[in-house]
Design a protein around this ligand. Structure first.
Ligand SMILES: Nc1nc2c(ncn2[C@@H]2O[C@H](COP(=O)(O)OP(=O)(O)OP(=O)(O)O)[C@@H](O)[C@H]2O)c(=O)[nH]1
Ligand SMILES: [Mg+2]
Length: 421
């Protein structure tokens, strides 16, 4: 376990949560919520699931169920209730009043984890923006939050109520954060457009948190980015290059997805998630050791986020990771269920060669064969061709170099003047 997990664990280890959820089928499992709580350093001591078509608008659970939860809290010694959905401020207040312990919702837990895991300036700004927007509706803990930033007592205008002052401060801080983020984004925009100009194929890793995206990036590129068995370890995008058959590829790892990813997070991380939208190919990484049912759920969660960020129509390849944890029989079963997927183990390196070849094939499909004559006076264009085409056959002739290769259809126009066929 990494240091920061331990820190957050010991900080909140005394928190013992009773989990609650409302579900139409009554069959939902709260394992994901438990996993989130564990990552946030909170122990779980029980769960109450209510089967009903919709949460109660005032109290989330029905009255009868509330009594049951109250009993369970006492019996299990819980000092916190964690709800699997985002709660309306009213539901949260009423639940706390009825149950007599603090109530946190899924969004607050996810935001807490993000706050713990954010390391870069951009990540921290994004998380603070998401938290502030979430708190705006609740005004809980906002005061201390802003005080820390030096905007506390003394800045209050005469006659204003505390809540109005809080709101005004929060709004000011939100525009301040937006401005700072725009600035950071501009810098990244410059790097990104440099990458796009390079016309190298761009691949983005996407998928459920903890699926092994960062491990896969490391395995493909030799990068040394952080990996951990906890949710939302990666928040900041990292791009690295790797070479296969003479062609260079750029591959980006970003924030992982989860079911019901809070919209504040998606909004705040828009710039980060854009890396995925701009890629030519998305590798959808799935933990194949999770079992078919969980895999399908996690795939659906990733699909939903990809749709939400506008990457739903992008060419995609399904990569089933962690197959080292499956036996032969299980692998065969996974192959039957997902015949188009590439099975890999980012940990042992199994299947990575096939993955590289499949990526190449995906890009090859968008390429056409050409023959070009590059005059000796235009040596720099040969270099450019190499960059775009990867492998080229070349033959020195009297007027220049005769090149046979395949070019991406979208790049063909750049070399139109050299084409001989
Ligand atoms: N057995 C096995 N474990 C793996 C494999 N790939 C990754 N893991 C483990 O799975 C855990 C999560 O891996 P990460 O690479 O951090 O996952 P991620 O998708 O980047 O997760 P987030 O950044 O949190 O979204 C780590 O403990 C890895 O060591 C694999 O092929 N086999
Ligand atoms: Mg990661």
């Amino acid at each position: 376990m990494t240091e920061s997990v331990e820190t957050s664990g010991s900080r909140r280890a005394k928190q013992r949560a009773m989990m609650i959820a409302v579900d139409q089928t009554g069959e939902a499992t709260l394992s994901e919520l438990a996993e989130l709580l564990k990552t946030a350093g909170v122990a779980t001591v029980g769960e109450v699931l209510q089967r009903r078509s919709e949460p109660d608008p005032d109290r989330y659970l029905g009255r009868g169920k509330l009594e049951e939860v109250k009993e369970d809290i006492k019996r299990a010694g819980a000092n916190l209730v964690a709800c699997d959905d985002e709660l309306a401020p009213r539901q949260e207040r009423n639940l706390e009043a009825a149950l007599g312990v603090p109530v946190i919702d899924r969004t607050a837990i996810i935001l807490d984890i993000f706050a713990d895991h954010a390391h870069t300036a951009e990540g921290k700004l994004q998380v603070e923006l998401a938290q502030l927007q979430y708190n705006m509706a609740r005004m809980r803990g906002l005061w201390t939050h802003l005080e820390r930033l030096g905007a506390g007592i003394g800045t209050r205008g005469p006659g204003e109520s505390q809540i109005e002052t809080d709101r005004r401060l929060a709004r000011d801080r939100i525009s301040d954060l937006r401005r700072k983020l725009r600035h950071v984004e501009q810098n990244r925009g410059v790097m990104r457009s440099r990458r796009q100009d390079s016309s190298l194929p761009q691949v983005a890793l996407a998928g459920y948190t903890n699926a092994g995206k960062s491990t896969l990036l490391n395995a493909l590129t030799g990068a040394g980015i952080g990996v951990a068995d906890r949710l939302f370890h990666t928040l900041d995008p990292t791009t690295r290059a790797f070479e296969y058959e003479g062609r260079r590829y750029l591959i980006t790892d970003t924030v992982g997805f989860i079911k019901k990813l809070p919209h504040q997070v998606v909004e705040a991380f828009k710039a980060t998630l854009e890396e995925t939208v701009l890629a030519d190919l998305i590798l959808h990484v799935v933990d194949a050791s999770a079992g078919e049912e969980k895999m399908l759920e996690e795939m659906a969660a990733a699909d939903a986020v990809l749709d939400e960020i506008g990457a739903g129509e992008k060419p995609r390849m399904l990569v089933l990771n962690k197959i080292d944890l499956l036996d032969e029989e299980e692998r065969a079963e996974v192959r039957i269920n997902h015949p188009d997927a590439v099975q890999v183990s980012a940990m042992t390196g199994q299947g990575l060669e096939r993955l590289r070849a499949e990526m190449e094939r995906a890009f090859e499909e968008t390429m056409a064969p050409v023959e070009l004559l590059v005059p000796y006076t235009e040596g720099s264009r040969l270099h450019e061709l190499h960059e775009v085409a990867g492998k080229v056959d070349r033959e020195d002739g009297p007027e220049g170099v005769l090149v046979r290769t395949r070019l991406p259809l979208g790049e063909m126009h750049r070399f139109a003047d050299l084409v001989t066929n």
